[in-house]
Ligand binder design. Structure first.
Ligand code: HEC
Length: 98
């Protein structure tokens, strides 16, 4: 009589243990590869982690295409109420991190 409970426990354990993806931290290599300023990427990363994770988990930059990031970010920056400069830094960071 224990089996159904064991199966249920396994399902709950699996659902609770979905690995959370690691959002990449800006590095000098990332800055060099994208020809962006490391300081700008770091600012964008900071805004992304602080503002873009208020309503939902921050998406992995690689999960969304370049074109879609260009389309989605302005609307989400409006959602987040961040400045245009912050929006630009976020987009630069995301595109560099992809
Ligand atoms: C005020 C809440 C809020 C904030 C802040 C917010 N988002 Fe969102 N975001 C949403 C909601 C709601 C959805 C799902 C509905 C939709 O697609 O519009 C979403 C969806 C998304 C998606 C998936 C879109 C798709 O079509 O698959 C991405 C990517 C995204 N957000 C990025 C960001 C980024 C980047 C920021 C920071 C600049 C941000 N979000 C800040 C509410 C927010």
């Amino acid at each position: 009589m224990k089996k159904p409970f064991a199966a249920l426990a396994a399902v709950i354990a699996l659902a609770g243990c979905a690995p959370s993806p690691q959002i990449p931290v800006p590095t000098a290599a990332m800055a060099a590869e994208s020809s962006e300023d490391l300081a700008v990427l770091q600012k964008g990363y900071g805004v992304y982690m602080a503002q873009c994770s208020r309503c939902h988990e921050p998406m992995m930059p690689s999960e969304v295409s370049k074109d879609d990031w260009h389309i989605v970010t302005p609307g989400m920056a409006w959602n987040a109420g961040i400045s245009e400069a912050d929006e630009e830094a976020v987009l630069k960071y995301i595109l560099a991190a992809r």
